[in-house]
Design a binder for this molecule. Structure first.
Ligand code: HEM
Length: 476
């Protein structure tokens, strides 16, 4: 892959400069060598349009530039995405395979790409047997919870969040529901205090944006998790952290910490985006809402349709070619970086001739990727979205958009796109005090053979409201 040197002009993601602004000259749609930038105005305002333009110009695999004009291949075809994700000997998940580290294309000390494409001691960055060792511990940690137990957590937190706004007759669903719910559930499953959730929402969002503060946010998340590991060494519980620490795979403390980071980040942003997208469809698309209300589409099916149309992770970093090869007619060189274009692959005409045709019965989308690294937390993501939204729509069935749909805005990065706010209104209702919500969880299922499970810690109910905890964190 041959492209000219990097142009390092940057701007804050999500802010759209006026056309022709000289300060943002580096944010034109094309960079050195005429390659298309996967960041900047075009990628932020209309990523799907950009993918289609790339597909028309280059076919199923296109050369693109990341932040700092770092070169990569974006895989747009459905079959090509599956090919790259499943052929792990040809396409490694280990970022150290990338030639860019050695050529100086990136400064590992300062590049905002490092949190997304840098090597870490976790299963994402491993291949083969090492991947199996690490992933085995992760799946043991995730599978210790049965669906009923997780639903109890979700139900409790969902009702608490709804109680905070149901008397007002209006709210903003992204910040008050879609973001806090997955973080509250995940921090609880990981073994953290509920009070940690608001701070982590802030840091996790920032980390995905690839801004100048992404490195600091990454360090904050790691430090919080380091403290968690130290605390669980002294007092283990029935949580993911404790299972990772005691798993026969023998993870070091550093590996445990990095896998907790992985689960938190991989699970939070994606589930929050999924929920926001389903909620938006419910209040903006009468056909979608009508199918839900009329029983033609169940909520889990609605979630699946949104996974096809708006994958929470639009572009998945990354794979690195282990040798020279050809993909989609392009010559890929050893060490080249490839990005899985999950959103582009999901609407490839090869599998969906008419993207407006409903495909909610079909789970063959790419949104959880494929192959050895396919998302191990997909059922947890689905159950958080299904249960949380079901509770919200059951308690507030008259919920509707409080602003014109054209006023809704998105914030985008190369990897994901999320709705900034979803203001809604409904008839004000009293809070629901539920004894059920404070009842202890049912006993956990028996541990899998060979997987020691630590003694269970008592569950606690958050004492402060979500808003109060965030205000305290921000010092307001
Ligand atoms: C709707 C929600 C979710 C979506 C769309 C999603 C999507 C993805 C995708 C695309 C990957 C990358 C696979 C690859 O590199 O090929 C991934 C990996 C991963 N996800 Fe998820 N995810 C979601 C929820 C979750 C949740 C809730 C958890 C944990 C509780 C989780 C844990 C992980 C882990 C640990 C990996 C790394 C697996 C490996 O490398 O072997 N995800 N996910």
């Amino acid at each position: 892959m041959t492209v000219p040197p990097a142009d390092r002009t940057t701007t804050e993601p999500g802010l759209v400069p006026p056309p022709g602004c000289p300060a943002h000259a580096g944010h034109s749609a094309t960079g050195p060598g005429g390659a298309t930038r996967l960041h900047g105005v075009a990628a932020e305002t209309d990523p799907m349009g950009l993918y289609e333009k790339l597909r028309a110009e280059h076919g199923p695999v296109a050369p693109v530039l990341l932040e700092g004009d770092v070169r990569a291949w974006l895989v747009l075809g459905y079959l090509e995405n599956r090919d790259v994700a499943t052929r792990s000997t040809q396409f490694s998940r280990d970022p150290r395979t990338w030639h860019g580290w050695r050529s100086g294309e990136i400064d590992p000390e300062t590049s905002p790409l490092v949190p997304m494409i840098g090597w870490r001691p976790d299963c994402v960055c491993a291949d083969g047997e090492e991947h199996q060792r690490l992933r085995g511990a992760v799946t043991a940690g995730l599978n210790q919870f049965d669906q009923r137990g997780i639903r109890r957590h979700i139900t409790r937190f969902a009702h608490q969040l709804i109680d905070e706004f149901c008397e007002n007759g209006r709210t903003e669903l992204v910040g008050e529901f879609a973001e806090p719910l997955p973080m509250l559930v995940l921090t609880r499953l990981l073994g953290m205090a509920d009070e940690d959730a608001p701070k982590l929402v802030h840091a996790a969002r920032d980390l995905f944006k690839a801004t100048e503060t992404s490195l600091a946010s990454n360090a904050y998340v790691l430090e919080t998790l380091k403290e968690l590991v130290a605390a669980k060494r002294v007092r283990p519980g029935q949580d993911i952290a404790s299972v990772l620490m005691s798993h026969p795979a023998g993870l070091s403390d550093e590996e445990v910490q990095h896998h907790l980071r992985l689960i938190l980040l991989a699970g939070y942003e994606t589930t929050a985006n999924l929920m926001a997208n389903v909620l938006r469809m419910s209040v903006t698309d009468p056909r979608f809402r009508g199918s839900l209300a009329g029983g033609q589409m169940t909520l889990p099916e609605a979630v699946e349709q949104v996974l096809w149309d708006e994958p929470p992770l639009m572009v998945c970093p990354g794979r690195w070619a282990t040798g020279d090869t050809t993909l989609g007619g392009k010559e890929i060189k050893a060490g080249d970086m490839l990005l899985l274009g999950l959103a582009a692959g999901n609407v490839d005409q090869a599998v969906r001739q008419d993207p407006s045709t409903r495909v909610h019965h079909n789970r063959a989308h790419l949104s959880f990727s494929a192959g050895a690294h396919e998302c191990p937390g997909q059922d947890i993501g689905r159950v958080i979205a299904d249960t949380g939204i079901d509770i919200l729509l059951t308690r507030l069935p008259d919920i509707s958009l409080a602003v014109p749909a054209s006023d809704l805005t998105w914030r985008s990065s190369t990897w994901a796109r999320h709705l900034t706010a979803l203001p809604v209104k409904f008839a004000a209702r009293p809070r629901e005090s539920r004894e059920l919500l404070t009842a202890p969880l049912p006993a956990p299922p028996p541990p899998a053979v060979g997987v020691p499970v630590a003694p269970r810690m008592p569950d606690s109910v958050p004492r402060l409201s979500w808003r109060a905890r965030l205000r305290r964190f921000l010092g307001m």
